[in-house]
Design a protein around this ligand. Structure first.
Ligand code: ATP
Ligand code: MG
Length: 243
């Protein structure tokens, strides 16, 4: 397993403003698998991802990343595990404007004082198709290229698992397809484990598995999704909500 949640609960606030974001989520995320998380706005997708990634604390339940139970870790060890074992791709690319592409890609490792493995780095850069853009700064790159830099940055450190919160949400459909293709290839060719939140059935169809959240619970778990199957599933949820 790359990650595991057992009975994870998360509530924000207290008293009248208390909001239950996760109401007991248990899930295993296998190594080398591309998982999409879908569900209506407010269903807890981002919260689940942030908890799995150790970016947010839980109010109940347990989470493991690899062999390590992160819900028992103190701040310092958690920060180190996050730095060494987890990659992130956010909707806003979070690139540093003064650094060029390759400097952005290796920044997390530079901060951690780790030397990138040159062969691996070459493969990652090749996989995301950035070899001829490495000296460009973010403002000299298209949105799709910037997001590919963010993908390469997440892949470069060989994390145990990569989390993306709508990583293609800010891209047009062509650039989005490009990035999703690279995520798919990084799973197939590099053995990466990826968990991605998305609203887009086409994006979810790149995954091996789709988890559906509603009201802070996993309500479905679909293997080998296609865009049509996902769309059909979403419609059924919508009609039940209306009913
Ligand atoms: N910091 C916070 N303080 C209070 N409530 C929060 C906080 N973060 C999230 N929530 C609540 O938790 C619930 C789940 O939020 P979450 O962001 O996980 O939803 P989501 O599925 O990612 O939605 P979206 O698709 O809109 O991004 C929502 O009801 C939200 O209002
Ligand atoms: Mg969200």
């Amino acid at each position: 397993m790359a990650a595991r949640a057992e009975g994870v609960a998360k509530a924000y606030g207290a008293g009248e403003t208390r909001a239950v974001a996760l109401a007991g989520v248990s899930v295993d995320i296998a190594r080398g698998v591309f998982t999409a998380i879908m569900g209506p706005s407010g269903s807890g997708k981002s919260t689940l991802m942030h908890c799995l990634a150790g970016l947010d604390t839980v109010t109940g339940g347990r989470i493991w990343v690899g062999e390590t139970e992160i819900t028992r870790l103190r701040d310092k060890k958690l920060t180190k595990l996050r730095r060494d074992s987890i990659g992130f791709i956010f909707q806003a690319f979070n690139l540093l404007p003064t650094l060029n592409a390759i400097e952005n890609i290796t920044l997390p490792m530079d901060i951690a004082g780790r030397k990138p493995d040159p062969d691996w780095l070459r493969r990652v850069v090749g996989t995301v198709g950035l070899a001829d853009r490495l000296k460009h700064r973010p403002n000299q790159l298209s949105g799709g290229q910037q997001q590919r830099v963010a993908v390469a940055r997440a892949l470069a450190a060989r994390p145990e698992i990569i989390f993306g919160d709508e990583p293609t949400g800010n891209l047009d459909s062509r650039a989005g397809a490009e990035v999703l293709g690279f995520l798919r290839r990084s799973v197939d060719e590099l053995g990466q484990t990826i968990v991605m939140v998305t609203h887009d059935p086409t994006a979810a169809a790149y995954a091996d598995r789709v988890l559906y959240l509603a009201d802070g619970r996993i309500v479905d778990d679909m293997a080998d999704p296609t865009a049509d199957l996902v769309l059909d599933r979403m419609r059924r949820f919508d009609s039940r909500r209306v009913a």
